[in-house]
Design a protein around this ligand. Structure first.
Ligand code: SF4
Length: 368
């Protein structure tokens, strides 16, 4: 299929956006490069509703690029905790430091320079250039891929190179030279509000030109990712509580899953438990290890079955890195760990534990 005449989308889309677009998003008021960049990174793989409170908290804590660059990584990861995809937070921090060190704290306007910065891909670079500097720069995020693949009836999974190249060509051809900032927000809004996974074609401002609507094939596009079985990994997560109910935590390696967050020891088999516990104290000061029912956490490429194992120290631990329950909510912890700890604190406050197990700590909030 050859591309249609340019700018089939922009005129109806801009008219619709003026009436029905999301003009009240906080990163639009004002759309400074810092706010736009922050929102773009947070919105990768994450819904607007989820991002909103995080965005507000980030701006309160780090009102400027300089403040973010000067902050310790732990503070950034703490605020990010719960948003997932933590590489984004690490790159955000590195990017802020790079901008302050190499660019005088000023965002470059050129997307070809923006794209060289940590954590900024081509679509994000273009989105920043378009929204913060009103430059003509096409974007191709998940929402836009869905709109374009339906509007132009592009078949195939957008994750493949050939389909991505076709979609980029349409994105480029359709981005207008005038009002690129408004057009960029408009096509993102169309994907978020109208051309959703379940499309609201009856309300769509570009329905008249939509090839998938015309042929009754909207539900077939975009083609889903080819199915493949995600392998299941099984791990034991060791939760060691001291006599005050505080939890032993240590920083995870900087790279890889949950890189740089705090975590508990992760074991492939239970017999490994012995050598880990040796670092904590004599066996007489430890309660017997208590495995709890497993639960699952999904990643893109695999599923993780987590079996929590609780151990309680009665003596004085050899290591000091114990964190009181009162601090858990604010710590940079992986989501499933935080979920498990929430279950514990809720159960503790209700004076019972699900599954009939009572693995918790004595009274008192423990050390800070
Ligand atoms: S008509 Fe339907 S499928 Fe086509 S762009 Fe609009 S909402 Fe999407």
């Amino acid at each position: 299929m050859s591309p249609p005449p340019a700018l089939a989308l922009a005129p109806p889309l801009l008219a619709w956006f003026a009436q029905a677009g999301r003009h009240d998003l906080p990163w639009k008021q004002p759309a400074t490069p810092y706010r736009v960049w922050l929102s773009e990174i947070m919105l990768q793989q994450t819904q607007v509703q989820t991002v909103l409170p995080y965005f507000e908290r980030f701006l309160e804590t780090f009102p400027t690029l300089e403040a973010l660059a000067a902050a310790p990584l732990d503070a950034v990861l703490s605020l990010w905790s719960g948003l997932g995809y933590y590489a984004r937070a690490r790159n955000l921090h590195r990017c802020a430091q790079t901008l302050v060190r190499d660019h005088g704290g000023v965002f470059p306007e050129d997307p070809e320079i923006l794209v060289t910065l940590p954590g900024i891909g081509q679509s994000t670079a273009n989105a920043i250039a378009a929204q913060a500097f009103n430059r003509r720069a096409p974007i191709l995020d998940g929402n836009v891929k869905r709109v374009l693949s339906r509007y132009f009836a592009v078949d195939g999974w957008p994750g493949t190179r050939a389909v991505t190249e076709t979609l980029w060509a349409y994105a480029d051809a359709e981005t207008p030279g005038h009002a690129p900032a408004a057009y960029t927000q408009a096509i993102m809004d169309l994907g978020a509000l109208i051309c959703r996974r379940k499309a609201h074609c009856a309300r769509c401002p570009v329905q008249a030109g939509c090839a998938s609507f015309r042929t009754g094939t909207v539900d077939q596009r975009p083609a889903p990712r080819p199915k493949r079985e995600r392998p299941l990994k099984r791990r034991f997560f060791l939760f060691v509580f001291d006599a005050d109910g505080a939890l032993w935590l240590a920083p995870r390696p900087p790279e890889g899953i949950w890189g740089g967050l705090l975590g508990v020891p992760e074991l492939e088999t239970l017999p490994e438990l012995g050598s880990v516990l040796e670092t904590l104290g004599p066996p007489s000061s430890l309660s017997p290890a208590q495995p709890l029912p497993p639960f699952e956490h999904g990643f893109t490429h695999f599923r993780l079955e987590i079996t929590p194992v609780h151990v309680h120290l009665t003596g004085r631990p050899k290591v000091e890195a114990f964190y009181a329950p009162a601090t858990w909510e604010t710590l940079p912890l992986p989501a499933p760990l935080k979920r498990h700890l929430r279950t514990l604190t809720t159960a503790r406050s209700q004076s019972h534990v699900e599954n009939g197990v009572l693995p918790l700590f004595p009274k008192g909030t423990g050390r800070a």
